[in-house]
Write a protein that binds this ligand. Structure first.
Ligand code: BDR
Ligand code: CA
Length: 316
C-alpha cells in the first residue's frame, strides 16, 4: 500500500488520475494539494473537491497551494488550457460543488508535515506546476532526506513539447520551480511526453463508462470526450488523448510499467527554449543520478489496469 499525495492542476487528465488512484487498492490517497496550470488554483481545488465526492470519496482532504510561479506575479489560465480542458477544467461538464471545503492548512505545510510523518512511505505525484514541492523543499530542507518517491508528470526529453517545440505544459508553468526540483539532490522520476503520448484513450473506452449509466460514468465519459475532441483538433489522426497524469500515478504504484534512463536533468531558464527539460552537462559525469526519465512504457498493461480501476470507481 502506497501513501500518495497528488499535486494537481485539476483538469481532465488530473481528474482521471484521481479516479485511477481511488480505484487502485494499492494506493491510499492521503491528500490532494492544489496547484495551477490547466486552471487556477481555486478552480482546481473546487474540481478536486467535487470529483472526489462524485467518486464517493469525500474523506480525501484537499489543500490549496501556491497560486503563482516563482518568477512571475500572477498566473492566468491560457486560452490553450481552456481549449483542451474546458473553461471549468473538466470539459465544461456541469458538476455540483462539493459539500465540504478545502482544508485550512496550506498545501506546502501539509506536504512538509506528511514528509515528516510518512518518510519513505510517502509517494508524492505532482502533475501540474512544480511550485508547491519546490517551496516545500526550500522551506524545510530536512525533508529532502525524508520524503519517499517523487514521480512527476512533466517534461519531454526525446520528443517535442506540447506548448511549443521545446516545452511541456507543466514545466512551462514554473520553469524555476522544476529546475530547482531537478537540481535539489532529491530523487525524482520523470513521466514526460516521451511515454504519456504513447498511452492514448479513445472513445471506445469512454463509451464503456457512459454505458454504466451512473452519474460518475456519464461525467467521466462526457469530460474525457471533450479532451479527445481537443486532441483531434490539435493532432488530427492521433486517435485519442494522452493519459499523462494517470500514467504518473500508475508508475508511482507499479514502477515496472516503464523503463527508465538515469540522468541528471535541468530546465533551461533563458531564451527561446525556456522551459525545456534537458540533460545537465555539468553533472553528466556525476555517478549519482537524481532523475530517472521514463523512455518506454508497457502500454497494454497500463491501459488494461487503468480501465479496470477507473471503471470500478465509475460503477460504484
Ligand atoms: C500535462 O499538462 C496538463 O495540461 C495536463 O494535466 C498534464 O499534467 C500534460 O502536458
Ligand atoms: Ca495536470
Amino acid at each position: 500500500m502506497k501513501n500518495i499525495i497528488l499535486d494537481l492542476d485539476t483538469g481532465i487528465d488530473d481528474t482521471l488520475a484521481i479516479a485511477y488512484a481511488l480505484g487502485n487498492p494499492e494506493a491510499k490517497l492521503i491528500g490532494i494539494t492544489g496547484t495551477y496550470g490547466n486552471v487556477t488554483v481555486d478552480q482546481g481545488v473546487r474540481n478536486a473537491l467535487a470529483v472526489t465526492e462524485l467518486f464517493g470519496h469525500p474523506e480525501v482532504p484537499v489543500y490549496r497551494g501556491i497560486d503563482h510561479p516563482e518568477a512571475k506575479e500572477t498566473f492566468a489560465v491560457s486560452q490553450g488550457s481552456a481549449f483542451i480542458h474546458g473553461a471549468n477544467g473538466v470539459g465544461d461538464v456541469d458538476i455540483p460543488d462539493a459539500k465540504r471545503s478545502a482544508e485550512s492548512e496550506p498545501a506546502v505545510d501539509f506536504i512538509i508535515d506528511a514528509a515528516k510523518t510518512y518518510g519513505k512511505e510517502l509517494t508524492y505525484v505532482p502533475t501540474g506546476a512544480m511550485t508547491n514541492i519546490a517551496a516545500a523543499l526550500r522551506r524545510a530542507p530536512e525533508i529532502r532526506n525524508l520524503i519517499g518517491d517523487i514521480v512527476l508528470m512533466g517534461g519531454a526529453l526525446t520528443v517535442p513539447g506540447n506548448v511549443n517545440a521545446w516545452t511541456e505544459a507543466n514545466i512551462s508553468q514554473d520553469p524555476e520551480a522544476a529546475d530547482y526540483l531537478f537540481r535539489s539532490g532529491v530523487r525524482t522520476e520523470m513521466i514526460g511526453l516521451d511515454v504519456t503520448m504513447q498511452t492514448l484513450l479513445t472513445r471506445a473506452e469512454t463509451a464503456q463508462w457512459r454505458e454504466l449509466g451512473t452519474p460518475a460514468g456519464r461525467f467521466l465519459a462526457d469530460m474525457t470526450d471533450y479532451y479527445i475532441a481537443a486532441y483531434e483538433k490539435t493532432a488530427p489522426g492521433l486517435g485519442g488523448c494522452g493519459l499523462h497524469d494517470p500514467l504518473a500515478v500508475a508508475t508511482a504504484i507499479d514502477p515496472t510499467l516503464v523503463a527508465t534512463l538515469p540522468i541528471n536533468l535541468k530546465v533551461e531558464l533563458d531564451g527561446p527554449t525556456r522551459g525545456r527539460t534537458i540533460g545537465d552537462y555539468d553533472r553528466l559525469n556525476d555517478p549519482f543520478k537524481t532523475t530517472s526519465v521514463a523512455i518506454a512504457v508497457n502500454k497494454s498493461r497500463f491501459l488494461d489496469d487503468f480501465m479496470r480501476r477507473v471503471t470500478s470507481v465509475a460503477t460504484a
